[in-house]
Design a protein around this ligand. Structure first.
Ligand code: NAD
Length: 244
């Protein structure tokens, strides 16, 4: 396990929900953070909060559905902090729409945020991680990464695509000691996405996403010798690897 203090993380979807919890946990480890999200005000507020606590961080407002903007954002992050120890692609959008309802631009937006951005971000950190002979890439997946759900015409295939991309990159990353994994929450989490999509029954059981942060701290410190090519469960991993 790599000591995290002073290392650098790229984290998407940091403005709220699970991403916000991961950002706070990484800051507590002394990591430098490039934080990306489309919600600029919330992202800047988070950066102010973390800086007040002594964290070196760079908020990068970006629409990850846009390829050029995504590329520019990750270029900015790498220029600021150099080689990343970990990339966590956590941003996602879920709008429940059936095949009858969805338009092609709507479909593209969700797929691009989830899958196109996963490719572009991983592609951008690949060479720096090869040069470092070490690194960890994490795509935040979902039950929708392995199962179909009605009205998830875009989200579900995009999450399946992340699982496929992970499997290939894990194989190609192995010789360079780059770990590539997906992770599913494994527990209902109290986030804005859940507030929009959960049933009342599920909301009775949801937990603070901060309870899943230990899994992401663990994954920030691994490389391909530890675990790669796996679909992990954040709830279980957090029990197995509590923050010291
Ligand atoms: N909430 C759940 O129950 C649940 C279940 C399974 C998987 N997940 C996954 O966990 C991750 C975090 O989910 P959450 O519940 O915290 O969701 P959330 O909606 O609360 O947070 C997602 C973040 O992604 C950002 N984002 C959305 N579109 C973007 C864009 N175009 N460009 C940049 N950023 C954008 C949002 O602004 C937001 O800050 C997601 O990948 C989600 O698919 C969540």
């Amino acid at each position: 396990m790599v000591a995290l203090n002073g290392t650098f993380a790229i984290l998407t979807g940091a403005a709220q929900g699970l991403g916000l919890a991961i950002a706070r946990a990484y800051a507590a480890q002394g990591m430098k953070l490039a934080l990306m999200d489309v919600q600029a005000d919330k992202l800047n507020a988070l950066a102010d909060e973390l800086r007040a606590g002594g964290t070196d961080c760079l908020p990068i407002p970006v629409d990850l559905a846009n390829a050029d903007a995504t590329q520019a954002a990750v270029d900015q992050a790498l220029a600021a902090y150099g080689k990343p120890r970990v990339l966590v692609h956590n941003a996602a959008l879920l709008k429940e729409r059936s095949m009858l309802e969805v338009t092609f631009p709507q479909w593209q937006t969700e797929v691009n945020i989830i899958l196109q951005a996963a490719f572009l971000l991983a592609k951008a950190v690949w060479q720096p991680m090869i040069a470092a002979d070490s690194g960890s890439i994490v795509f935040v997946s979902s039950g929708s990464g392995i199962k179909g759900f009605v009205k998830e015409v875009a989200y579900c295939p995009a999450k399946h695509g992340q699982e496929g991309l992970m499997k290939v990159l894990a194989m190609e990353g192995q010789p360079f000691n780059i770990a590539v994994n997906t992770i599913t929450p494994g527990a209902p989490i109290n986030t804005p996405m859940s507030a929009e999509n959960y049933t009342e029954e599920l909301k009775q059981k949801w937990v603070d996403p901060a309870l899943l942060a230990p899994a992401f701290v663990y994954l920030a410190g691994i490389d391909a010798h530890d675990v790669t090519g796996e679909r992990l469960n954040a709830w279980e991993l957090s029990q197995q690897h509590p923050i010291a």
